[in-house]
Design a protein around this ligand. Structure first.
Ligand SMILES: *Cc1c(COP(=O)(O)O)cnc(C)c1O
Length: 469
């Protein structure tokens, strides 16, 4: 399988080249040249597979002959052995024909482990094979950082720098990053907000000459195709457990960067009979406004109780725009210029096509807290704030009651104790066993000014021993 940029530039790349970069050189995102597709009976034949076996079937066609099958099986096995639930992604029924898909049983308690545990294995494998050393760099508002650190901590051929906004991530999130003991991982607490972190990362990617030894940066956020690919699997998983033959299924997805819900879109293109994909946003509602009112104006970032969805512009939306505009890269260049300015307008027929599958919904803090209370009262089940936004959207927007509705539970409630307390629960949810000494472990981080020269010097000083032999 080859990969091309959403902006039409450059030559097609192999899978391993596409995952070993950040953006394509023309500023676009890599997407596969074609989407593998399966019939209902092909899909139904996967019914008895374990999560790992299913992951192999779903992901292998995107990788092709880039990785031998027996090696891919091993990578998948290692990645998902770190999960703490024998079903990997269990479905819990919460109402009539309504389920939540628990995606928080990985080591860092958020769904990002599904992608990053696997990406870590993949990078380690590909780098060893190429005898290549790289520098991983990423910005995090909380969950990506810890999942990336957990996923890549044992990767020999790299060093990793994760920037988080100083004093603006929750204590659980910070400790999950800063208590990992590894000489290869550096946590930078940047004196600024999340946008400052993201801008710093972008600036470093766009000119990498500050790195010694011709080292290159690798991205671990959801612009990396391997992350999207790994997330497609659990859409199939849920559907197979609820029965796919002559049965549609719908999903509600709490959305920030549009990565997770885009994986659902790809699942649908692969042949999974998805009726409805609900894009659930918090008050940072650009996707909701864009698809419901054709309003893509950029509004200031609001800090909400679902911080992992506090995003002004969703980067993976570009991948959808590319697909619904006939994969016309030159046209996407124009759309993305408008997107940056906030003047993007979609043609009516394009919005019509998107609306055949996608429904959007905005849920504010008040409604989210109410959802946490209602589900606890009626089901004795505690949702985290992001998952509550997904379920609230599912209940308000579902097209019909006959189609099973699966709402993605993207984080464990113990990760967001403040929201749980604001919902009126005296005790926050307790952390699972493997994290119960989190508050006792020593922390390692470096507090840096929001200054490009300082950050680049900090990094350059720490990677000089990364040399290709
Ligand atoms: C990252 C994250 C999201 C948003 O996912 P996207 O792929 O960015 O849309 C939702 N919930 C939680 C808990 C997250 O960590």
């Amino acid at each position: 399988m080859k990969y091309v940029s959403t902006r039409g530039g450059g030559q097609p790349k192999n899978f391993d080249e596409a995952i070993l970069t950040g953006l394509a050189p023309d500023g676009g995102l890599y997407v596969p040249t074609s989407i593998p597709s399966f019939s209902i009976s092909d899909i139904e034949a996967w019914k008895k597979l374990s999560y790992k076996q299913l992951a192999f079937e779903v992901m292998q066609p995107f990788i092709g002959d880039c990785i031998p099958e027996k090696d891919l099986i091993k990578l998948i096995d290692t990645a998902y052995s770190s999960f703490n639930h024998s079903a990997t992604a269990p479905l819990i029924q919460t109402g009539h024909n309504e389920w939540v898909l628990e995606l928080f049983h990985g080591p860092t308690l958020a769904f990002k482990d599904f992608a990053l545990q696997f990406l870590g294995q993949l990078l380690n494998y590909v780098l060893k094979r190429k005898n290549k050393k790289v520098v991983i760099m990423g910005a995090t508002s909380g969950d990506t950082g810890s999942a990336a650190i957990e996923g890549c901590r044992d990767c020999d051929n790299m060093k990793m720098f994760i920037l988080h906004p100083h004093q603006r991530v929750s204590e659980v999130q910070r400790r999950q990053m800063t208590t990992v003991l590894s000489g290869r991982v550096f946590n930078i607490a940047l004196k600024g907000n999340f946008d400052d972190c993201q801008n710093m990362v972008k600036a470093c990617f766009s000119n990498q000459s500050f790195l010694p030894n011709k080292l290159q940066l690798v991205a671990v956020n959801s612009i990396n195709w391997a992350r999207i690919m790994a997330q497609i699997v659990y859409y199939f998983w849920a559907a197979l457990h609820l029965g796919v033959r002559s049965n549609f299924i719908s999903f509600s997805v709490p959305t920030g960067n549009f990565g997770d819900v885009f994986a659902g879109y790809i699942a649908s293109k692969m042949g999974l009979p998805i009726k409805q994909l609900i894009v659930a946003t918090n008050s940072n509602d650009i996707l909701h406004r864009c698809l419901s009112d054709n309003d893509h104006s950029i509004r200031p970032l609001k800090r909400t109780l679902a911080p992992s969805m506090d995003i002004m512009i969703s980067s993976n939306f570009e991948r959808l725009l590319f697909d619904v505009h006939g994969r016309d890269g030159a046209y996407v260049v124009k759309l993305m210029e408008e997107s940056q300015k906030g003047t993007l307008k979609l043609a009516d027929e394009v919005r019509f096509v998107i609306q055949q599958l996608f429904t959007t919904y905005r849920c504010d803090n008040h409604e989210m807290l109410e959802m946490i209370r209602i589900l606890n009262k009626n089901n004795g089940y505690l949702l985290d704030p992001h998952s509550a936004i997904g379920l609230s959207a599912a209940r308000r927007c579902r097209a019909d009651i006959e189609t099973p509705m699966v709402s993605l539970a993207t984080a464990h409630p113990a990760k967001f104790p403040d929201a749980v307390k604001q919902a009126g629960f005296a005790e926050a949810a307790s952390l699972p066993d493997h994290l119960n000494d989190l508050f006792l472990r020593a922390e390692h981080m470096h507090i840096l000014e929001n200054n490009q020269v300082a950050v680049q010097k900090f990094m350059a000083d720490r990677v000089s021993d990364l040399v290709e032999i």
